[in-house]
Every structure is written in structure tokens, then in C-alpha cells.
Design a protein around this ligand. Structure first.
Ligand SMILES: [Zn+2]
Length: 159
């Protein structure tokens, strides 16, 4: 069996008057994530994990953050395109494991809907998409609600 591991990490600044998109969902929050796209930190970390496992560079290489065509883009579209690139190289996804670091709001109630959104794009079972949420215990930029961070790992299988 030819399997490959990948991991990705992403950070976005938090600020007022921005929406908070995480895992393909818009989350109700007083602070949102700042970015050129919709700034979905979890989908970006998953994109990098998939690209890394297939050795296809990184998300910034494929979708430049200065290119006007990606301004405000729904990151579900980016994840779909990444999935297609990985698929064209002959890989399918076995599973994803991820962690989102956010002081508040609590993400646990939203995790099943995020799992559904991601599983649908990657054509895997919801059970193959793990999303964990943790705070940063009020410490540093994440704990002080100045930033949000996500880590993702994945396994790909050569078809
Ligand atoms: Zn990002």
C-alpha cells in the first residue's frame, strides 16, 4: 500500500468587522478572521496538508494572496481545487485530523457541520474527518484573541 502523510498549519489575525469562517461555516462571533480570501484557517491548513502529502508545494503557491481573482473567495472552492490537483496526481484521501486554536466562541457545537462540509468536498466519510477545538488558555496572541490558528494532518493513498 502506497500511503503518504502530510501536515499543514495556518494563522489569521482576528479583528472587528470581519466574518469568522471556519471549516466552511460562518460562525457567529464579535471578531472575525482577516485575510485575502475568506480567511478560513481550518480549510487552509487542510489544503496545505493535502498539498504536502502529494508534494505539490503549498496553498500560497497555487492561490497567490495578491491575485484579485482570489479576493474574498470561499475557501471551499480552494479546497475543491486542491482535492482535484491531488486526485490528478493519483491520490485519494484516507483521513484528516485537525486542531483549531481559538479562545472563543466555543466551536464544539459546530464541529459536526464542519465535518460534513469537508467530507463532502474530499469524497470521504464524515468519520474520516476529525476536528478538535482548543483554547490557548488566555496566553499569547491566540489566548488574547488577536489571532486564530489551525493544524491539520492527512493521509493519502495512491490509487
Ligand atoms: Zn489562511
Amino acid at each position: 500500500m502506497n500511503i503518504r502523510i502530510g501536515y499543514g498549519v495556518d494563522v489569521h489575525q482576528l479583528a472587528e468587522n470581519y466574518p469568522l469562517w471556519i471549516g466552511g461555516l460562518k460562525i457567529e462571533s464579535d471578531l472575525g478572521a482577516v485575510g485575502h480570501s475568506d480567511a478560513d484557517v481550518l480549510l487552509h491548513a487542510i489544503c496545505d496538508a493535502l498539498l504536502g502529502a502529494a508534494n505539490l508545494r503549498d496553498i500560497g503557491f497555487h492561490f497567490s494572496d495578491t491575485d484579485p481573482q482570489f479576493k474574498g473567495i470561499d475557501s471551499k472552492i480552494l479546497l475543491k481545487e486542491v482535492y482535484n490537483k491531488v486526485n490528478e496526481k493519483g491520490y485519494s484521501v484516507i483521513n484528516i485530523d485537525s486542531t483549531v486554536i481559538l479562545e472563543k466562541p466555543k466551536l464544539n457545537p459546530h464541529i459536526p457541520a464542519m465535518q460534513r462540509a469537508i467530507a463532502e468536498i474530499l469524497k470521504i466519510e464524515e468519520d474520516a474527518v476529525s476536528i478538535k477545538a482548543t483554547t490557548h488558555e488566555k496566553v499569547d496572541s491566540f489566548g488574547e484573541r488577536r489571532a486564530i490558528k489551525a493544524y491539520a494532518a492527512c493521509l493519502l493513498e495512491k490509487k
